[in-house]
Design a protein around this ligand. Structure first.
Ligand SMILES: NC(=O)c1ccc[n+]([C@@H]2O[C@H](COP(=O)([O-])OP(=O)(O)OC[C@H]3O[C@@H](n4cnc5c(N)ncnc54)[C@H](O)[C@@H]3O)[C@@H](O)[C@H]2O)c1
Length: 412
């Protein structure tokens, strides 16, 4: 970051933390409310999250509430080095380094679990899965941040294999409507520009998946003048994309037409040999889904064993004489190639995390080993806190309106 290059990593990390903290008013509000009570005192809390400045705000807040924190990364490439050093300097135990291989990344998750935490906050559910395999011991409950992680937990829940209650934070309105959509939308543009600095207006972008992430990315790209085509498998989502004004097509139809392909489906191999072989020379392909499984990376790597790293996070592969530019090694473009979500939007997601953690601590004895939604009152509280943070006031229904809603309107 320019202007801070003369500072050591810890000071730089402190500046980044303070920068994010100022915009994460929901976290500050929750911290102020519970700080004296120290509801997390005596508990070991394991966090497996992208190690960003926004995460450092959540971690420091959990510590202020009395928790003993052990942290590792939810992705081998999403660790911000200044934040890593800042957290370590604040006596947070962190098992991570900036660029890890897959083995190191998984080893670090296991190291955290070996400390026998009481509660697990995960992003992608790799830690939850390992915990189930290794034995849960002390765990009284957990939370999960993202769609792909919840998909995994839903399978465990259906098979009655969950060993502790977990709150699926992603499925709160105040998480996916804002973080997945606007947060990923904007930070994916950041990732595109930092990695490629291409000119977006007029470019043909093909977006695979029109879920909350796909909606956000498509809308931001359209705002910048790109031509956006959506690929979907769900008829309702495809119809929604069509009525939102996008071209909806089949990947076979557009494989040779796109300038830039972005996957965000949570599914495996949505871009594969038969599509990649037909792509234009110089095409860009990237992923914004949680795992690096959406593009058939094995096929790409088999075609060219020595890709040229033309710029940071841009690997150029020669495939059948054509250049295919793979961004951020097929891992989350917005976090690996860009800076990730802005603090304002992470304040909503992590506000849900913090209140869900407090809810579990208070209620875990009454909870079953199931996947739970974020309680409605938490979702509403986060929305109210967010409006407050943005300085927005809203109306309340009048008594007459409440009565009409509750009773009068059934009278005919
Ligand atoms: N990059 C980030 O910062 C970030 C943030 C939030 C979520 N995520 C991740 O992004 C992914 C998508 O999340 P979401 O909340 O939008 O999920 P979602 O379930 O709302 O949307 C996924 C969409 O992909 C579609 N799809 C599935 N298979 C497809 C295929 N073969 N071709 C085309 N479309 C297909 C589904 O029908 C669905 O509409 C998940 O992996 C999630 O964990 C990433």
């Amino acid at each position: 970051m320019s202007g801070t290059s003369n500072l050591d990593k810890i000071s730089q990390g402190r500046l980044s933390y303070n920068w994010a903290l100022k915009s994460m008013k929901i976290i500050s509000k929750i911290t102020e409310k519970y700080e004296k009570r120290k509801p997390l005192a005596g508990l070991d809390l394991a966090f497996c999250l992208h190690i960003t400045k926004e995460t450092s705000v959540l971690i420091m807040a959990a510590r202020k509430l009395g928790g003993n924190i052990i942290l590792c990364s939810a992705n081998p490439l999403s660790v911000q080095s200044d934040i890593l050093e800042f957290l370590k300097d604040n006596e947070i135990i962190v098992h991570a380094k900036t660029k890890m291989n897959e083995k190191e990344y998984l080893e670090n998750i296991k190291k955290v679990l070996n400390t026998n935490p009481d509660l697990i906050t995960d992003d992608g559910s790799t830690m939850h899965l390992y915990c189930h395999k290794m034995g849960s011991k002390n765990v009284i409950g957990g939370t999960e941040e993202t769609t792909s992680g919840i998909n995994r937990l839903q399978v465990l829940d259906t098979k009655k294999l969950l060993k502790y209650p977990i709150i699926g934070v992603n499925n709160a309105y105040t998480k996916y409507l804002f973080d997945n959509r606007y947060g990923t939308g904007q930070s994916t543009i950041d990732g595109i520009l930092r990695t490629t600095n291409i000119f977006i207006p007029g470019k043909n972008f093909i977006i695979l998946g029109y879920g909350w992430v796909g909606k956000g990315i498509s809308s931001c790209l359209r705002g910048l003048g790109a031509q956006v085509t959506v690929i979907e498998v769900n008829p309702i989502r495809a119809l929604e994309a069509y009525m939102d004004g996008y071209i909806v097509s089949r990947i076979e139809e557009v494989a040779d037409k796109g300038d830039f392909f972005i996957t965000c489906t949570g599914q495996k191999n949505v871009l594969r040999k038969e599509h990649i072989d037909r792509m234009k020379d110089g095409v860009f392909i990237a992923n914004a889904g949680h795992f690096d499984v959406e593009i058939d990376l094995r096929y790409i790597k088999q075609q060219d064993k020595n890709p040229i790293i033309v710029r940071p996070n841009v690997d150029s592969y020669n495939i059948n004489g054509k250049t295919v530019n793979l961004l951020s090694k097929g891992r989350v473009l917005n976090l690996v190639g860009g800076e990730g979500h802005s603090p304002e939007v992470m304040s909503l997601s992590f506000g849900n995390q913090l209140l869900s953690i407090l809810y579990i601590i208070e209620n875990h004895k009454k909870m079953q080993n199931h996947l739970y939604p974020v309680p409605k009152n938490i979702d509403n509280t986060i929305a109210k806190y967010a409006l407050e943070a943005f300085g927005i006031e809203i109306d309340n229904p009048t008594k007459e309106q409440l009565d009409y809603h509750n009773e009068v309107n059934i009278q005919i």
